[in-house]
Design a protein around this ligand. Structure first.
Ligand code: AMP
Ligand code: ZN
Length: 139
């Protein structure tokens, strides 16, 4: 995709610090790491979100992600790994080429979420069951 920075990275038209590459997937260091070793794993083919992504490619991405979690953690000696994928602008996506984050975590590293007030309220089972039923209809 023209003007997509991650397509350019996949095509080696832009510099990046690559740590893994195969036919369909490439992984490189995030230019603004939350912690040392912060890695992005992307399909070489342009998909905007996970919804758009070919299922075979998605399976392979998860396998690579699982393996690289272990390698990154060993290399930077982290205490845990946070994996994230932002699908859409409202979810915080800034680069519109599908990417999985591998973020090494340490206790008290200053990274975290901001939760809305509603998060503190445990919902009634009836309400949860209604939402689960609505979602089941879409599967
Ligand atoms: P998001 O779409 O919110 O998951 O964020 C995009 C991520 O891509 C951010 O963590 C950026 O630091 C990272 N990023 C943007 N441009 C580059 C680049 N040229 N090389 C490596 N990482 C990048
Ligand atoms: Zn792209």
């Amino acid at each position: 995709m023209e003007n997509c920075i991650f397509c350019k990275i996949a095509n080696k038209e832009l510099p990046s610090s690559i740590l893994y590459e195969d036919e369909d997937v490439i992984a490189f260091l995030d230019i603004k790491p939350v912690n040392e070793g912060h890695t992005l794993v992307i399909p070489k083919k342009h998909f905007v979100t996970l919804d758009d992504c070919d299922e075979e490619v998605a399976k392979h991405l998860i396998v690579v992600l699982k393996r690289l979690n272990i390698s990154v953690c060993k290399a930077v000696n982290c205490e845990g790994i946070f994996n994230a994928v932002m699908n859409g602008e409202s979810a915080g996506q800034e680069v519109f080429h599908l990417h999985f984050h591998i973020i090494p975590r340490f206790k008290d590293d200053g990274f975290g979420f901001r939760f809305p007030k509603s998060y503190e309220i445990k919902r009634e089972r009836k309400m949860l069951d209604e939402i689960a039923a609505r979602i089941r209809k879409e599967i």
